[in-house]
Design a protein around this ligand. Structure first.
Ligand code: PLP
Length: 419
């Protein structure tokens, strides 16, 4: 598949007149069209997507997700506060955290969020700090039952969720404590492109719903498939066919849930990457070309703006704007300026000949891009821009200034500090 861009070089040059590179720019049209596709795929269900805030925690984006009818999946206190700021509360928030601090349970409960417990021991903490809610969800870890994926890894090596035994014990305990409504969650893969993995997850959860009903007399009201749907980072990757997944899930639903005479079961997802990843781009300028033992393209962006290539060895496609139709003839390492040799967006990438001043677009930075940014080496975090459906561009987060970098330091105190 050819990796296309929703903008031209002329458009980006115009944006660069007003906004300094590097910046991330998001494509509202792409986000909304994808959201509509997801809802359409699951139209036969009572379905809700809870967008995983951690992928792209910008309130302007969250407002678009809200407008599409989505809830939010939050995993920390600041993410809960972000949800509150965009006017999302109650059961439109799924609080899926792990190793959770007590005060976060309290805020989640205050907002009326669906609390998704990661561990059986959290029941006691929740009861002490927030009280037992009317509705509870548990995250299931199938352990040796499932293979998992390259990122989360083998489920039995993963830190998340309840064992099967604990799941039954937990539901029983919560029922005794007065919980009236129940949900079931799992997430065993990340950035997975094999659609059968999601079908298997649905089957596993549907069968568990039946088993919990039979053994404990508990009706599970919803299953949450978690996130983990991959995106085609490489031109050769095949996107996950969500229509196929939803159609297979429907068959399983009819065979397992409906055929057993269970009441309607809601289907929830917590997709993050799939909702935002392909619709973000990191735009940078080439500031240096360096030729030593290898040839290097030096950008004004660094892994502080996008750390996936450095930490995961992840592939991000790179387009040299205006050179889309030129032959890729040169091999480069595309680097940032951190004093870290892994600060590379690409290694041995074949591109058209690059020159100082070229504009480079790094694809698929809409999820886990700006969000994973950091200040190491005194790097200031970039701006985030949104290209609206009418083509206009809004700055939805300004770039950091040196004062932001110093904001947590007290230089008056330093002046009085005797050494
Ligand atoms: C990260 C995360 C998600 C989103 O994952 P994607 O792979 O981006 O879809 C959903 N749920 C939980 C609990 C997560 O930790």
């Amino acid at each position: 598949m050819v990796k296309k861009l929703p903008f031209t070089k002329k458009k980006i040059s115009g944006i660069m007149d007003k906004h300094k590179t590097p910046f991330h720019i998001y494509d509202e049209k792409g986000i909304r069209e994808n959201a509509v596709r997801l809802k359409k795929a699951f139209k036969d269900f009572e379905f809700k997507e809870f967008f995983a805030v951690k992928c792209l925690p910008n309130p302007f984006i969250l407002k678009i997700m809200k407008d599409e009818g989505f809830g939010l999946d939050c995993s920390s206190l600041p993410e809960l506060l972000l949800a509150e700021k965009v006017g999302i509360a109650g059961e439109n928030i799924m609080f899926s955290s792990n190793d959770t601090p007590a005060e976060e349970f309290a805020k989640a409960k205050e907002l009326g969020a669906i609390i998704n417990l990661d561990d059986i021991s959290h029941i006691e903490m929740l009861e002490k700090t927030a009280g037992i809610p009317e509705l509870i969800c548990f995250r299931y870890n199938p352990g040796p039952e499932r293979k998992g994926s390259r990122f989360i890894g083998d489920p039995k090596e993963a830190k998340y969720g309840f064992t099967k035994e604990q799941l039954f014990e937990g539901y029983k305990l919560m029922k005794e404590k007065g919980v009236k409504r129940f949900g079931l969650h799992t997430m065993v893969v990340s950035n997975e492109l094999d659609p059968s993995s999601f079908v298997q997850t649905a089957k596993m959860l549907f069968e568990l719903v039946v088993e919990v009903n039979e053994k404990l007399g508990i009706r599970i009201e919803f299953v949450n498939f978690g996130g983990g749907v991959g995106i085609p980072y490489k031109p050769t990757d095949k996107p996950v066919d969500i229509d196929y997944v939803a159609a297979e899930v429907k068959k399983l639903y009819d065979e397992i849930i409906a055929a057993n005479g269970l009441p309607p079961l809601k289907i929830f997802t917590e997709y993050g990457r799939n909702m935002a990843g392909p619709y973000g781009y990191l735009v940078a300028r080439v500031i240096h070309m360096k030729h030593i033992y290898k040839d290097y393209v030096g950008l004004d962006a660094s892994m502080a703006n996008l750390m996936r290539p450095a930490v995961y060895g992840a592939y991000h496609h790179i387009t040299v704007l205006g050179k889309e139709n030129e032959k890729p003839t040169h091999m480069y390492d595309v680097t940032g300026s951190l004093c870290e040799n892994n600060d590379k967006f690409a290694i041995d990438r074949i591109l058209p000949e690059v020159e100082v001043g070229d504009i480079v677009v790094i694809h698929d930075t809409g999820a886990h891009g700006h969000a994973m940014g950091f200040n190491y080496n005194g790097k200031l975090r970039s701006a985030e821009l949104l290209m609206r459906e009418d083509g206009s561009v809004v700055e939805i987060r300004r770039s950091e200034k040196v004062d932001d970098y110093f904001a947590t330091l007290d230089f008056k105190k330093l002046g009085k500090f005797k050494v």
